[in-house]
Design a protein around this ligand. Structure first.
Ligand code: GDP
Length: 195
């Protein structure tokens, strides 16, 4: 897809605040600091669109970005940040759950994991949630520039094994630093959308 327009659209916490139209939504989920904001910015070629976090774990809202007046990128709060209270964790899960479980416009979920580390139990729970909703899912291994290409296969295996990934689901390696994987991910999105 050629990006003609990529704008912040709105911030939501409650379901009633989600956009009213029925454009397809690509939701991005992952642990805090996994590189979600950087990936969104790379995908749309806009450095400051999604905020990259100097203070990970702070975003407790859902941000909708309008892409080409055609679809939304939906930035869900990062999970798994250690330094927050149980109450805060519960309110985050509620925000994420409300969206993932009820949003009809949800078209595809992009689950981000750090290529260097085995996915966490939270990542596995998230993957299972998405599958339970029968939504399209893409797993993206971020920060691919941080390991050598010779190590890719080993890390891919670790990720697929921990998530118990379905053979039909795609895993893409991505680097916001080098843009590695950007074309492949857009190609996949375009394919899903039938364009
Ligand atoms: P978020 O909390 O998931 O939105 O993560 P951010 O996008 O804010 O990134 C967290 C940190 O990882 C920042 O210091 C980024 O510069 C860094 N980062 C994100 N993506 C990459 C990447 O592809 N390669 C490298 N080397 N660093 C990255």
């Amino acid at each position: 897809m050629i990006i003609r327009k990529a704008d912040f659209f709105l911030t939501a916490v409650l379901k009633s605040q989600y956009p009213l139209d029925d454009r397809p939504e690509f939701a991005f989920v992952g642990r805090s600091n996994v590189g979600k904001s950087s990936l969104i910015n790379s995908m749309v070629n806009r450095k400051g669109l999604a905020r990259t976090s100097s203070d990970p774990g702070k975003t407790r809202t859902i941000n909708f970005f309008n892409i080409n007046d055609f679809l939304y990128f939906v930035d869900l709060p990062g999970y798994g940040y250690a330094r927050v209270s149980k109450t805060e964790k519960a309110s985050w899960s509620k925000i994420i759950e409300d969206y993932l479980y009820t949003r009809n416009n949800l078209f595809c979920v992009v689950l981000l994991v750090d290529i260097r580390h085995e996915p966490t139990d939270d990542d596995k729970i998230m993957y299972d949630w998405i599958k339970a909703r029968d939504k399209k899912v893409v797993v993206v291994a971020t920060k691919a520039d941080k390991i050598s290409k010779g190590q890719y296969q080993k890390h891919i295996s670790i990720i697929k094994k921990k998530l118990v990934m379905d053979a039909e689901d795609t895993l893409i390696l991505f680097s916001s630093e080098t843009k590695y994987g950007r074309e492949e991910l857009w190609g996949l999105f375009d394919n899903m959308l039938g364009i």
